[in-house]
Each structure stands twice: as C-alpha cells, then as structure tokens.
Design a protein around this ligand. Sequence first.
Ligand code: ADP
Ligand code: MG
Length: 461
Amino acid sequence: MTISTQEMQKLWELVKFSLSKKFSPESYKAWIEHSTKLASVTEEEVQVAIRNNFALQWIEKNAREQLQLIFRDVLGEGYKVSLVVNQELFESKIPIKDTMPKIGSLLTQVEEKENQLQKALKTACLNEKYTFATFVVGNNNQIAHAAAQAVCQHLGQEYNPLFVYGSVGVGKTHLMQAIGREVLEKDVTKKIFYCSSETFLNEMVESIRGKKTAEFREKYRKLDILMIDDIQFISKWEGAQEEIFHTFNVLSGAGKQIILASDRPPGQIQNLADRLKSRFEGGMMIDIIPPNYETRVAILANYNKDHSPPLSLECLEAIAALVEDNVRQLIGAYNKVYTYAKITNTPMDRETVEKIIGVDQEAARRKVSVETILEKVADSFGVTVGQMKSTSRTAEIAMPRQIAMYLIRDILNYPLERVARSLKRNDHTTVIHAVDKVNRLMTNDHLLRTQIVGLKNSILK
Ligand code: ADP
Ligand code: MG
C-alpha cells in the first residue's frame, strides 16, 4: 500500500499529540516538536530522525519507551523503533520517504484508540484531568497511592473494597478516578462507573418512581469497577444503604472491584448500618492527610509545568507556606497569583504573593481569632482554655471542647486538621465527631442551642 506524505505526516502528528500529553509544553516543544521527524516506516521498523545528540539523550531517557509503546500498540509486538541522529534532515528539506505499507490502517487505529478511551471515560463519568501522571506522591498519600496502584494490578482481589478517607481537598477523588483511568487505558472494554453517593441515590429514587428498578440494578451490578464518592452521605438514607449493601455483595461476590471515598472512616459515619460498616472495613482502608510543605511545593511545581511563563520557585514556596490544608485551595491560590502576574505583567515575589493570597485569609481572620473563640467558650462554660486543650475527658471539659471545635469550624471555616491542632489534637476525625455531636445536640436541646447561638453572636460581634 502506498501512502502519501500528507497521510504519513498526519500519523506522526497523532503520535506526537499523544506524547505532548506526557510532558510539559516546554519539554515537548524543545525535545519532540522541534527535534524529531518521522524518517521512514517499513513493515518491521519505524525510523525517527533526531536533530542532535542532546535531543537523542533526552528522548532515550524520557520518551523512548512511550514511542515504542505507541507504535507497538498499532503495529504489533516486535515492531522496532529506531532513533537516528540526522542533523541534515532538520537543515535541508529532504522529503520523507513516500512508500509505506500499513500506514493507512495504522492511522485509523491510533485515532480510534484515542476516541475509544475518550468515550469510555465519558461513560464511566471520569474526569480526564485525574490521572496518575498528574498525581504528586508525597508524605501524605504515599500509601494511598501504592494501594491505588495495587488495585489496578489486582482488580477485585485483596483490596476490595478500597476505602479512601480524608478531609476535603486532599486528593481522594483524583486518586480514585486515576484508578479508573489507568484500568481503561489498559483495557477500554472494562465497565467502570464513578458517581457520588447523591447520584447513586437520585438514580435509585428515579428508578423506583419510573418503575425501572431492574434496570437500575442491572446497571450497577454488571460493572467491573464501581466507585462511589463521598459515601459518608449515604448514612442519611436507609433505602440507599440497603441497595448499596446488595450491590456490594453481588459485585464482590463476582470478584468485581469497589472503591469508596469518604471524609471519615466507616466507624465514624453516623447511622451506617453495621453490616455495611463491616463490609466497608473488610477490604483496605487508607487515609490521606493534608500534604506537608515539601509536598505542597512539589504539587505546585508540577502544576506550574503546564503554565507559561511559569511562576518562580520563590512564589511557589510563598503559596505553599500560606495555604496549608487543602490542595484544591492550594491550586486555587496558584491560579490567582498566576492570573494576576499575567494580567499585570509584573514579576512576582514573595511579598506580592502574600498580598494577593493574604487578602482573603486576612478578611476572615482579622475579625475573629481562634483564641477569641476558645476564650469565649471557656468563659461561657466556666472552664479554662488550658483545660480545653488538655487531655482531660471528663464531660464538663469535653463538652466545651467539642463546642469550641464546632464554632472554630463554623466561624473560621478552618480545615478539620487545623481545628484539631487548635485544640492540641492530632486526629481530624475527633473534629468530625465533635461537629456531628454538637449538631445533634443542637437539634434536640433547645437550651444548649440558645447558648451556642448566643456564643456565636458574641464572638462575631
Ligand atoms: P478530595 O476529593 O479529597 O476533596 P480532590 O481529589 O477533589 O480532593 O482534589 C482537589 C484538587 O487538588 C484537584 O484539583 C486535584 O487534582 C488536586 N490534587 C489533590 N491532591 C493532589 C496531588 N497529590 N497531586 C496533584 N494534584 C492533587
Ligand atoms: Mg472529592
């Protein structure tokens, strides 16, 4: 089969497109876009011409495997990819060889593969941004990351279910979706579905209303991987718990994988039926904590790679120092600084960054400090701040401590970990427990509610 130069070029563009997603725009441009050309394609071998030795070294190290994989994928095992330095090709305009077997089908195969993956991601409700490649592994998520990778290797086996928990914005959704993505990249026919517990509930309610429960069950029970996010909300609905329990049994009985994410461990999800709790705990439970400073810098540096011009390391460090607990906010802060730098075209330094991000945080904190809250609560309950921060568990002290946690969270909107730290606690789940408890008490105990509302007003005054 003869193929035109034009078609061959199109194929090469597709290969490059796939490579462009693996590297930062700068690296891609320097080492692939400007430094490689497709030289020839035969039945057994594709030859890629490289501009110079530097580029060759970079490609050998960073892109060879990928190149090989892409060509092998379409042309089969044993297909050879050779990289040859050929400076002349980049200087003169020698036309690339024009006779290439198989290339037409190769072209459609590459295109089709990409299309199929996109389609499968859509069906699975996966966000294409959430991949392992963009997930930075740090002190806070090492084990969770390793478990997620293990799940990809051993679907439906020892880590079933995988239960990931941690506070808001620490990367639970990203990590669970990365598993789905990885599995689909290997086998696009796998049936995967990601949803929030609300979606699950809504679909269930809809199916009952429309008398389509059989279809609903069929949809969930024929999956290879079911992922339910924010499963903590499921405690509100008994019917949904029942449905999940049965779905769970069918899937795990058939060796299918279940992945769940929650802001707290199963033991702390209120009103969770015991049998469901023991199912949730029966596989692998992993927590993700907020990243430390080094990891935050690494996350920003990774994000920075896709931005041009990138922010300086000094700026990244300043952002990482200011935003502590939540990766979503960390990235939000980066975007703010980046946009500001771009619009005003000013070079950014630590001080400017502090001004840009500090504004919001200050606005909230200027008025109220943690200490004010602690003092007011202590006053109102006749204890001292020291006692509230102590290890004492007597009711007279535990109660104001929990109310203080509730108010710090409510008024300052601090992340759980930070609330815990304000009261010298290490474990953010203590805060979840406290907030839940105070909420419950406030519903049932009018006097207490009046006291807490009064306290809040006096703090905000
Ligand atoms: P959660 O589900 O725990 O609330 P998400 O998974 O939604 O958190 O993460 C919030 C944001 O932070 C997302 O944009 C996500 O891509 C990003 N993010 C979180 N952890 C990481 C990480 N380790 N590396 C890169 N990005 C991360
Ligand atoms: Mg989430």
